[in-house]
Unconditional design. Structure first.
Length: 174
């Protein structure tokens, strides 16, 4: 019985100690986040370039819709991958680190969700009337642009001097 109590106490102490040091150093966290975001930015840029090339040859609402759906679906997928990688970066070991990590993850969730909404709205547009379709495309893409802009994280406005310095000093973030 005494051995069991000692074992439980030792486990509780180890758990408490592990919780105290669970944050990731600021520069390491910034490097992980930037390493997750760099390929995402490249993939989003590549998807946009491909869609622009495809759109230049699209001659019907159906072709336009299919090309844009490919863009939006791809952007949604790579945004989710980036969100997962940022979440896996852990929590920076700074004051308010939990909130910062949640903010970065929430930003990518909002971006992913904006692409998903745009994809769903675009899919629902009728293609039998070109004028109605293209007016709908403009509305969908305008809303996407607005939502995308609202979801961004500006690292220059971080409350943590340690993280601002880390983002400025880590090679992956330049």
């Amino acid at each position: 019985m005494r051995t069991a109590i000692v074992g439980v106490c030792a486990l509780a102490v180890l758990t408490a100690l592990a919780a105290c040091g669970s944050g990731v150093p600021a520069s390491e966290w910034a490097g992980r986040v930037c390493s997750a975001l760099a390929p995402w930015r490249t993939q989003i840029s590549d998807l946009n370039a491909r869609a622009q090339r495809q759109m230049s040859t699209a001659s019907t609402p159906v072709q336009t819709r299919d090309n844009l759906l490919e863009l939006l679906s791809g952007a949604e997928t790579v945004s989710e991958s980036a969100r997962g990688a940022v979440a896996a970066a852990g929590t920076p070991d700074v004051d308010g680190g939990d909130e910062v990590a949640r903010h970065f993850t929430a930003s990518l969730e909002a971006t992913r969700d904006a692409y998903a909404r745009a994809r769903g709205d675009l899919q629902a547009l009728p293609t039998d009337d070109a004028e109605v379709f293209y007016d709908g495309v403009v509305a969908v893409m305008t809303r996407l642009t607005e939502e995308y802009a609202q979801s961004g994280v500006d690292t220059t406005k971080l409350d943590s001097p340690e993280l601002r310095e880390a983002f400025d000093g880590v090679d992956q973030c330049r």
